[in-house]
Ligand binder design. Sequence first.
Ligand code: GAP
Length: 577
Amino acid sequence: MSSAAQTQADDLMQKIVSLCKRRGFVFQSSEIYGGLKSAYDYGPLGVELKRNLMNEWWRDMVHGRDNVVGLDASIIMHPNVWRASGHAAGFADPLVDCLVSKERFRADKAPRPAVGDELPITCADQGVAKTWAEIIEKRFGVVLDRDGKVLNGLKAISTTEFGFFAKGSTSAAKTWPWRGYVGPTFGSPFLSEERQFNLMFRTALGAVDPMNEVATHLAALTAAPDLATAVTERFGKDAQEGALAAALASGDRAKILRAAIEHITSPAMAYLRPETAQAMFVQFKNILDSSGQKVPFGIAQMGKSFRNEITVEHFIFRSCEFEQMEMEFFCEPGTQKEWMAYWKEQRMAWWKRYANDPSKFQFRQHAADEMAHYADDCYDVEYAYPWGWGELEGIASRTDYDLSQHEKHSGQKLRYTDQEKEDPATGKKPWQYLPYVIEPAAGATRAMLVYLIDAYHEEERRTATGEIEKRTVLKLHPRLAPIKVAILPLVKKDGMPEKAQELAAAFRKAGILAKCDEKASIGKRYAKHDEIGTPWCITIDGQTMQDGTVTLRDRDTTEQVRISMDQAVASVRERLS
Ligand code: GAP
């Protein structure tokens, strides 16, 4: 992205973030205490928008179909769920800190320059470059060549070594071991060791605080003359296998203590779910037995998920606590390709239905080396965010991996019996098999950001008096808009506020969210409701008091029509549906 495009993208995001705070869509969590990074609170308008969006998804995915049922599972599940799914192990990504900039990043995602490449460190500005050059001189004993905000002189000698080359010299004055990658933002090769970091949030279940037990064990272990012997004696057979055995073999005191603490606390450990999906696999049999569904059928769930994300970015695009809308569609093995085509078409149509600009949604098929090991195909629904194309929903063909893993770890049979079909292996009825799964998995909070970006418009119009008038308007789809109708008495007298309340009560009775608004001039009230995406404003004026008519103003065209007040609810209901 060019720097002009970057500035434009930052500018747009800043405007949206500012509107969200000013108008009560999204606030930084715990703001009065300085805020909590990567956690957000959804204010009076935000909670309506998020709920409307999730309700639309539920209406389409569950209520709109005979072969999909819903589930609302607990956030904390049995820890073995995450061992079976692979999250307990697979969620551990190696983390690295840059020793100069303090940037923290995932080693597996870092840029890998080729052997022989220069390794310039690109700082934020010249002042930072001067400071970092001094840090490097002090800590690593070399003076890098400063060119504006870039520090030169480092080069990749091999995949395991980099060195400092003084200007014009072909031999390295000093070398360091290297793991073949640099920090993603500044390009620094001066990095810490890789450390494991689990993306799942841990918590402890039970009345007894496991930290007491840790303290008791550690007091005894650290007082012993030899830690390894004390650990071996204390944990017996458990010390001969797994992480504890590996730590003992390493001889590293810190690793042994860490493994001992993990071992002591693991029986009480539970995790906040990092995806809503696993509950649908774990409850597959119960739902199959109780709902009367037959394969092919789906189980849908929406709700909170938690990931201790290393990089939280772009406002609510990636946060540690977020909401998902996921559906597991169980189908006969061999039919997964046709169901993938079906769900791709269905999901893309759903996203576009609520958008002003459908051209900003596209599919991206995952390359073979990008796909999860259990998937045989995967597509992302991508959106053209201000910073570029990025994921909004993943549609994965997950084979029978999850059900087979849960069968293995739980010891329970999760097979489906089709009495009408012959088993292809034996040629005999019935056919018992583990269904294959197509999973459309979308982020609800991310979707909210997408529709805010899509809806945000700045417009200029010539007024009746010939002046140029600017307005900011959120062109949210009426079904997503937090408030459907604003009812505006022209003045705060002559019975108009009472008429407005009367009409608002009629809307409430019809289940349509309407709000009376009496503050400020009528022009300012229109501007406010344009900015928060209210699709219709109804004005009660002098004529209303005489002939019972009101004006209905359309947010997007700003055109007004005069209708009977008695018809107002029916008219809005018709437009909404
Ligand atoms: N069960 C599959 C699964 O969870 P995923 O691609 O990791 O797949 C699905 O997540 C969707 O959830 C993503 O496409 C994204 O919209 C949303 N999502 C994932 N991590 C998120 C985060 N940290 N913050 C906000 N949304 C997130």
